[in-house]
Design a protein around this ligand. Structure first.
Ligand SMILES: Nc1ncnc2c1ncn2[C@@H]1O[C@H](COP(=O)(O)OP(=O)(O)O)[C@@H](O)[C@H]1O
Ligand SMILES: [Mg+2]
Length: 449
C-alpha cells in the first residue's frame, strides 16, 4: 500500500526534514526577491529613459518657442523628434525621421498631452528595432513636440539580468541547501553521540554517563540533565540494593534462631521444655513481623515521594495524649492544643518510635512536651548519643549504635528513618540533641491556624 506523503515526511530523518524545509523557504524567498529585483530594475531603467526623452523634448520646445528650430532638428543622444504645427502638419524632424505620419495617433497623442506621461510605441512601422518611449509636449503657436527613444538596450539588459537570475538562483539554492545539510548534520552530531551513549548504557551497564558535548548549547544542557537523572537513578538503585541486602541480613538472624530452637527441640524431644521453645520462637517471630511492618511503612513513604497519606486536620495534642498514655513511665509536661495537616496514624507512629527509643534507653524518666508552635520533644535521661555526627547518622536506614547485647530489645534500626521521612512528608523537621544527660528528640510540624 502506498504511504501518504505526510507519513513519508515523518519517517525522514530530522536532518533531511530541517534541510528540506529550510531549502523550500529559501527557494520561495529567492524567487520573490528575483522577481522584485527584475521589476524594480525595469522600472528604474524605463524611468531613466523617460527622463532623458522628456529633457530632449524640453530643449526642442524651447527652440520652437524661440523660432530657432533648425532642419533637420539635432539631438545629442539619438532621440527622434517630430514637431507639428497647429494644423497637425509635421514641420521639423530629426535626420531620417518620417515627415508624414506622426509617431502617436490622435487618441494617444491627446492622452500623452493631458497626462504628461511617456507612451509605449512599437518601433517596427517606423523601421526601428524594438519598442520606443514617446513623450508629447505643447509649444507656443499651437505647435506640438514629439520625442521618442528606442529602449531595446533596456530590454536587452533586463533579459540578461533575467537569465543570470534564472541560472544563479537555483545554483545559490543548491549551495545553501548543501551548507544547511552540513550545518544541521554537525549540529545533530552530539545528539547521535547521546544516542550511542544511551545504547551503550543499556548494552553494557558499565559506563553510566552520556557524552557531554563541549559547546554550551541545548544539547549540552540536555546531556547534563540526563546525566544528573542517571546519577539519581543510580543512587536510588544503590539505595534499593542496600535496603534489600540489609533487610535480608536482618531476616537471617531471627530465622536462624527460630530454626536452631526448633531443631534442638525436635532433636531431643525427651525432657524438652516446649513452652520455653514456643516463647523463644514467638519472640523471634515478633521481631520478624516488626521488621516487615517497618519495611512496609518505609515502602509506602517512598511510594508517596514526600507527601503525607492524607492531609486532614489532625489534633496533634490528642494524638500525643493517646500515645503517652500507653507508656507508664512517661510524663507529659506540656500539651498545648495544636492542629496540623496530615495523617493521624502516621503521626502517632512518629511519637511511638521516639517513645520506644526513649523508654528503652532511659535511666529513670521520659518527658514529652508539645507546645503551641508545633514543637514536640521527647526527652530521656539515658546515655544519649555523645557524637553530633552519630545523632545525624542514626536517621539512616538500618543504623544502630547499640552494643551487641542491648540490640535484642531494639528494632532493626528503621525507627528513626521512618520518623524522619514521615515528618518530612508533613512539611516538618526532626533532629536529636544532647539533653545532658540523655537525649532529646525535637520534632517541628507546621501548625495550621
Ligand atoms: N533515646 C536514645 N538514646 C540513645 N540512643 C538512641 C536513642 N534513640 C535512638 N538511639 C540510637 O539510634 C539508633 C537508631 O534508632 P532507631 O532508628 O529507632 O532504631 P532501633 O530502635 O531499631 O535501634 C538506635 O539503635 C540507638 O543506637
Ligand atoms: Mg527505635
Amino acid at each position: 500500500m502506498a504511504e501518504s506523503p505526510l507519513t513519508w515526511w515523518r519517517r525522514k530523518s530530522l536532518r533531511f526534514r530541517i534541510t528540506a524545509a529550510a531549502s523550500a523557504a529559501l527557494a520561495i524567498a529567492l524567487a520573490i526577491s528575483a522577481s522584485v529585483l527584475l521589476s524594480v530594475l525595469t522600472k528604474t531603467l524605463i524611468d531613466t529613459a523617460d527622463e532623458s526623452v522628456r529633457l530632449q523634448a524640453q530643449t526642442v520646445r524651447v527652440k520652437a518657442d524661440n523660432g530657432t528650430l533648425t532642419s533637420p532638428v539635432t539631438t545629442n543622444d539619438g532621440t527622434i523628434v517630430q514637431v507639428m504645427d497647429k494644423d497637425g502638419r509635421i514641420t521639423h524632424v530629426t535626420y531620417g525621421t518620417d515627415r508624414l505620419v506622426p509617431l502617436l495617433n490622435d487618441r494617444r497623442l491627446a492622452r500623452a498631452l493631458s497626462s504628461g506621461e511617456a507612451e509605449f510605441l512599437d518601433g517596427r512601422p517606423y523601421a526601428i528595432n524594438g519598442a520606443l518611449r514617446v513623450v508629447a509636449m505643447r509649444a507656443d503657436h499651437g505647435q506640438i513636440v514629439l520625442a521618442a527613444r528606442p529602449i531595446n538596450e533596456i530590454d536587452r539588459s533586463i533579459t540578461v539580468a533575467g537569465r543570470v537570475l534564472l541560472a544563479g538562483t537555483p545554483l545559490l539554492l543548491i549551495l545553501l541547501a548543501g551548507a544547511s545539510w552540513l550545518i544541521v548534520g554537525r549540529t545533530l552530531r552530539p545528539i547521535v553521540a547521546l544516542r550511542k551513549g544511551a545504547a551503550e548504557i543499556t548494552h553494557t551497564a558499565r559506563s553510566r554517563r552520556l557524552p557531554v558535548p563541549e559547546a554550551r548549547d541545548e544539547v549540552h544542557s540536555l546531556a547534563t540533565t540526563l546525566n544528573s537523572m542517571l546519577a539519581r537513578l543510580e543512587e536510588a538503585e544503590g539505595r534499593q540494593r542496600a535496603l534489600v541486602s540489609d533487610a535480608a541480613h536482618e531476616l537471617r538472624s531471627p530465622l536462624a534462631s527460630i530454626r536452631l530452637q526448633l531443631e534442638v527441640a525436635l532433636g531431643h524431644p525427651e525432657g524438652q521444655e516446649w513452652r520455653e521453645t514456643a516463647e523463644g520462637v514467638l519472640e523471634d517471630t515478633l521481631r520478624l513481623s516488626r521488621l516487615a511492618e517497618d519495611l512496609l511503612a518505609l515502602a509506602r513513604l517512598d511510594e508517596r515521594g514526600g507527601t503525607p497519606a492524607r492531609s486532614d486536620p489532625v489534633a496533634l495534642d490528642e494524638v500525643v495524649r493517646q500515645v503517652v498514655e500507653r507508656y507508664g513511665e512517661a510524663r507529659l509536661t506540656a500539651c498545648d492544643p495544636v492542629t496540623v495537616r496530615g495523617d493521624a496514624l502516621d503521626l502517632s507512629r512518629v511519637l511511638t518510635n521516639l517513645m520506644d527509643n526513649a523508654v528503652r534507653h532511659t535511666a529513670s524518666k521520659v518527658e514529652v512536651a508539645l507546645t503551641a508552635d508545633g514543637v514536640l520533644t521527647v526527652t530521656d535521661d539515658g546515655p544519649g548519643i555523645p557524637s553530633p555526627a552519630d545523632r545525624e547518622r542514626v536517621f539512616n536506614r538500618f543504623t544502630r549504635l547499640d552494643s551487641g547485647r542491648s540490640r535484642d530489645e531494639g528494632g532493626a534500626g528503621l525507627g528513626l528513618a521512618i520518623v524522619r521521612e514521615t515528618v518530612r512528608a508533613h512539611g516538618g523537621t526532626v533532629h536529636l540533641e544532647d539533653a545532658a544527660p540523655g537525649l532529646r528528640a525535637v520534632v517541628r510540624l507546621p501548625p495550621v491556624r
